[in-house]
Design a protein around this ligand. Structure first.
Ligand code: ADP
Length: 199
């Protein structure tokens, strides 16, 4: 870790509350977690589209895209997965500070890692569990990754030879193997409204 002794935090004159007042919404992170193929990207995209149509500024941090840029130096070992999540959480925190409804679509398989994100973001963290059986995820296999994991071409694949720890007490659970995309997205937007994140 770097030496931060001479780095001090600067307080800015424009605050999160100022920005939120302007945007008429609260900065928040919708943290989608679930197996590959459980629908994180699909539902996050649907939610973002609905919010955008309602005039809400949003931003979607998608796992695969982030791994092309900010996190392209990271692989899929436990340590690299942890660092992946830590960086995403810090970036999310900046977006929340900007007053943006931020959506993240990462498998984020470990409870401890998600707990750390919750600690960092406090009441601006909404954990959304994509409840979908491994069988259904594997039958969807939108990127052909399960097939490769089964033949051993990909190692450390979540659900196959790497663990996925289900959330114990997520704010929202959507059953993507039972509910339609529209219903799942609708539940999430409704939650934001009920909790006062959007007016
Ligand atoms: P992830 O981001 O979790 O890896 P994706 O969103 O990329 O998952 O893939 C999920 C796949 O399942 C997509 O091909 C999507 O069209 C399909 N699908 C079918 N029904 C649903 C549903 N109810 N919710 C989400 N995805 C669904």
């Amino acid at each position: 870790m770097g030496n931060n002794r001479n780095v001090v935090w600067h307080h800015t004159s424009v605050t999160r509350e100022d920005r939120e007042g302007l945007l008429q919404q609260k900065g928040v992170v919708l943290w989608f977690t679930g197996l590959s193929g459980s629908g994180k990207s699909t539902i996050a995209n649907a939610v973002e589209k609905t919010l955008l149509q309602g005039g809400r500024p949003t931003y979607l941090l998608d796992g695969d895209n982030i791994r092309h840029g900010l996190n392209k130096d990271l692989g899929f070992t436990i340590g690299d997965r942890q660092e992946n999540i830590r960086r995403i959480a810090e970036v999310s925190k900046l977006f929340v500070d900007a007053g943006i409804i931020t959506l993240t679509a990462f498998i984020s398989p470990l409870r401890q890692d998600r707990h750390d994100v919750r600690q960092l973001l406090g009441d601006r963290f909404i954990e959304i569990f994509m409840d979908c059986s491994l069988e259904v995820c594997e039958s969807r296999d939108p990127k052909g990754l399960y097939k490769k994991a089964r033949t051993g071409e990909i190692k450390n694949f979540t659900g196959i030879d790497s663990p996925y720890e289900k959330p114990i007490n997520p704010e929202i659970t959507v059953g993507t193997d039972k509910q339609s995309v529209e219903d799942c997205a609708g539940d999430i937007v409704k939650y934001l409204s009920q909790k006062g994140f959007i007016g």
